[in-house]
Design a protein around this ligand. Structure first.
Ligand code: TXA
Ligand code: MG
Length: 345
């Protein structure tokens, strides 16, 4: 298959109508969102949605997020919209937040991975919204990477993973947030954070009061335990080389890397530290800037791969605000290998 490529600067670009028609016809389109690039298909067309799973190599039990551009599209997708969900949507939609509720009969087992719930999100990216409008249907869209690879934050990342496997790619430049949306479930008694993202736990608490943080956010899922969010049980975001996160000061980091480096060792460090390290390094944002770290982390993980790293040591990000999402992605890339070097952070 030849993958068509469109570059757009503006949500009124005529290419968006073309992409809308491809989606209506059952095709697959990689589209920009404010979080990461998504691989979209008509959420109401099982044949189209199955092609997403095939193109990504995604396990069939990992459900997809359904993207809408207007609140009026939501009620048809879910059984009911509780007050808490309304308030969340009012506060943070359009934006990097996904809300899980019991699904309506319009959502098939293919989209929901067999769960009786559905995840819905209204993106804020003007091009994403224009594409949903042009398609005229809600769009199922996971991140547009091959399963297990870091999520794509540029069209080039999508081309690297998906060229020849999908109908088209719509390039609108790099994604602003850089990590995938916050996923919150309103299915149980208490609201539960399933995946941290651009909408932080503090922001959720402001609207919902108390929330539970799912174990899978920070810990490896215990053997035999079912994941509330099936995506959390799969190996994720990993470069080919083993990643180890080192917790400690910059001086301790440098000393540890120097003592443990071999041929092909690389570092994932904070901006400004690159030249001070004893090995080649790729930065992922400044130490005190969680938003910059989120915007850079997936690109940095792909970059160490591209440069042929054989082992990677990474700095330990702060876990407050959007930093929780950065840590969540990095610790998965590291297969939960974290070494505490002791002393003050
Ligand atoms: O920012 C994002 O959310 C991006 C852009 C493209 O919108 N999409 C994205 O999709 O990250 P994906 O498929 O890569 O991640 C969706 C996550 C997975 O971990 C999946 O298991 C979980 O959301 N999920 C989807 N539906 C769910 C449901 N009904 N219940 C619990 N978790 C669900
Ligand atoms: Mg994904």
């Amino acid at each position: 298959m030849t993958t068509q490529y469109f570059r757009v600067a503006d949500p009124r670009d005529p290419a968006i109508e073309t992409v809308g028609a491809i989606l209506r016809g059952g095709g697959l389109a990689a589209i920009p969102t404010e979080t990461v690039y998504g691989l979209a298909a008509n959420a109401l067309d099982d044949g189209a949605v199955k092609r997403i799973f095939a193109a990504k190599g995604r396990p069939a039990d990992n459900p997809l997020i359904v993207h809408i551009s207007d609140l009026s599209q939501w009620p048809a997708l879910v059984r009911e919209i509780p007050d808490s969900a309304r308030r969340l949507a009012e506060a943070y939609w359009p934006g990097p937040l996904t809300i899980v509720l019991p699904r309506s009969e319009r959502i098939s087992d293919v989209v929901s991975g067999g769960l009786d719930t559905v995840a819905v999100r209204m993106p804020s990216h003007p091009v994403a919204r224009a594409v949903i409008n042009a398609a005229g249907v809600p769009l199922a869209a996971p991140s547009a990477n091959r399963s297990g690879k870091p999520s794509p934050t540029t069209a080039q990342h999508v081309i690297d993973d998906m060229d020849g496997r999908i109908d088209c790619i719509l390039d609108a430049g790099p994604c602003e947030v850089g990590v995938e949306s916050t996923v919150v479930s309103l299915v149980g008694e208490k609201p539960r954070l399933l995946r941290p993202g651009g909408v932080t736990p503090e922001m959720l608490r402001r609207v919902l009061g108390e929330i539970e943080i799912d174990d899978a956010v920070l810990h490896r899922l215990a053997e035999g335990k079912t994941a509330a969010s099936p995506g959390m049980k799969y190996k994720h975001y990993a470069p080919a080389a083993p990643v180890t996160i080192l917790k400690g000061s910059f001086a301790q980091f440098c000393a540890y890397v120097d003592a443990n480096k071999t041929d092909g060792t690389m570092a994932l460090c904070f901006a400004g530290e690159e030249a001070l390290l004893p090995v080649p390094a790729v930065a992922f944002g400044a130490e005190d800037d969680g938003a910059a770290q989120a915007a850079a982390i997936f690109s940095a993980l792909r970059e160490v791969d591209k440069r042929g790293a054989k082992a990677v040591f990474a700095r330990f990000p702060q876990m407050d605000g959007v930093g929780l999402a950065v840590f969540n992605r990095l610790v998965r890339a590291a297969a939960f290998r974290v070494i505490d070097l002791g002393g003050a952070p």
